[in-house]
Design a protein around this ligand. Structure first.
Ligand SMILES: Cc1cc2nc3c(=O)[nH]c(=O)nc-3n(C[C@H](O)[C@H](O)[C@H](O)COP(=O)(O)O)c2cc1C
Length: 191
């Protein structure tokens, strides 16, 4: 089955429903981002889902100095794994990190930065992630409203082109794959 390109991807309402089952748990927004490092080896870590832009571009925030940014600059293809335990399902989203025009990137980063709470912004005032901790290092607990967007703040935009959903709720389990190809084509798979 194929859906028209302008419609919301058919897997989005399923993901939303699974997120809703988590209730107020922060788990509904935690996902794992897998990248490939410059030596070809895999890297994976947890990030907070920050929202959708258009139908299938997923937004994440990170530190521009972190290694994932370097990974994605070298190999923009990435995979996300999103476990929604209450719904007993797993989404695997394949995509590519978009390289936006510098003005667009800056505009979007600024809009997101302004919407963060001061405590939420604090992380981007911390020393470079992954570097040895220095005794004199300063870790602010908040960054006040009105502070310009720091260079450390990075918005990642991942355009998703393939989604796999595995649902463990019944027996047998149910596995489906959607591929973006002038609309979204779905195939049922063996679990
Ligand atoms: C629950 C949770 C949420 C996290 N959210 C983010 C996030 O939204 N962005 C981020 O860059 N790192 C986040 N982290 C930290 C990353 O998992 C990772 O440790 C850090 O980004 C450095 O990764 P890298 O060295 O592979 O670039 C989170 C960690 C946890 C445990």
């Amino acid at each position: 089955m194929t859906s028209a390109p302008s419609q919301l991807p058919p897997w989005r309402p399923l993901l939303k429903a699974a997120q809703r089952k988590e209730g107020r748990s922060p788990m509904s927004r935690w996902l794992q981002l897998a990248t490939v490092a410059s030596d070809g080896s895999p890297r994976v870590r947890t990030l907070v889902f920050r929202g959708w832009r258009e139908g299938s571009t997923l937004e994440l925030f990170t530190d521009a100095r972190s290694t994932k940014v370097e990974d994605l600059a070298g190999e923009p293809r990435a995979e996300l794994c999103w476990l929604l335990p209450k719904a007993r399902c797993q989404f695997r989203l394949r995509g590519v990190a978009l390289k936006l025009a510098p003005e667009t990137q800056q505009e979007r980063e600024q809009a997101h930065w302004m919407q963060l709470r001061p405590e939420g912004r604090a992380l981007w005032g911390w020393p470079a992630p992954g570097q040895p901790l220095e005794a004199t290092a300063h870790f602010p607990s908040a960054i006040l409203d009105g502070t310009p967007t720091p260079d450390s703040f990075a918005l990642l935009s991942l355009e998703i082109h393939q989604v796999e959903l595995l649902e463990l709720t019944g027996s047998p389990h149910r596995r489906r794959r959607w591929i973006a190809n002038n609309g979204w084509q779905v195939t049922d798979l063996n679990p």
